[in-house]
Design a protein around this ligand. Sequence first.
Ligand SMILES: *Cc1c(COP(=O)(O)O)cnc(C)c1O
Length: 388
Amino acid sequence: MSGTITHKGMVPVARPFVGKEEEHAVLEVLRSGWLSQGKRVEEFERRFAQYVGADHAIAVSSCTTALHLGMIAAGISQGDEVLCPSLSFIATANSIVYQGARPVFVDIDPRTYNLDPNRIEDAITPRTKAILVVHQIGMPAALTEILEIAQRHNLIVIEDAACAIGSEYRSNLINGRNSLLACFSFHPRKILTTGEGGMITTSNQDVARRLRRLRQHAMSISDMARHGSREVMIETYDELGYNYRMTDLQAAVGLVQLDRMSEFLERRRSLAARYTEKLAGIPWIVAPFQPTYARSNFQSYMVRLTGDAASRRDALMQSLLERGISTRRGIMASHREAPYRDASWDSQLPATSAAADECIVLPLFHQMAQEEQDFVVESIREVGHGLA
Ligand SMILES: *Cc1c(COP(=O)(O)O)cnc(C)c1O
């Protein structure tokens, strides 16, 4: 086809950025004689806490396990209800069910894709114990309003900050300082990666202490403490614990990645701004909205399609894929998946359902070249004409 812009190879939707420094850091740990939760994990926790501005950071095996421990720390158990968005990765809701509690889905603000504070109070019942707030794809939720509602109703707030490392809420990094705790993910789809991994930050010292025990089988004395002791120490197990440890291999990678954060953020924000500028001429695309209180890390660049394009989203994604551009549907709606499927949710969550149907995540990664980005934008424009 004449006039069609082409590009060599696939443009992936995301690609982790790791370099020689990460390789060296891993080798060093492999040769050190201590592979799991040791000095590197301690150092990563210290540096992570410093970076986000938290008092305590507790490293774990993933954000999902972080959220599970968060639910335990919040005292969530059988019969309790926890408010959360359906429009989130399914691990958000799953972490509530792990404790035998029930997720109660609250609809979103269609502009930010985060919990709509105006809809929270209607969902509160005598069984409601907590609100699990998600800063979806790195865009901070309306924390102040949500914390006020929680305080009024005596509810605990936990932040699912899986995607929100480096995101700013009223000029502070997301850090769990004003809630009970915040949970971060280091999965390769997130900005900072350790392969798999997670972190919990909190300003509550008792909670931090308990989380440190829970992640290693609720052991009263850590392996590190026993290893370093000149006296024989016999540990006890004072409650039901888990093996949610991070390895020193992962932490070593995380430490290098932390040093790259400002570069990661700058690059993503500039690519995001460039997308918004280039897409402005396409009338059926709505670029991400950034409220004045927030600064996204642009972990993902998600657009909403309008009109005919919205109803033909999947065909549009297929056409892009055939041109070598990988996209993803936007954020999933958990209430449509088997563990949560219940016909009554759909009518209660109109903004969630619309967002789940009408959004696309465009390629955005650190190494993305301007010509790759131009290729994506031009292809969207052309494919859109084809659909019309
Ligand atoms: C990625 C993600 C998780 C899960 O993180 P893992 O580290 O993969 O367990 C949880 N919640 C949200 C909102 C996510 O995006």
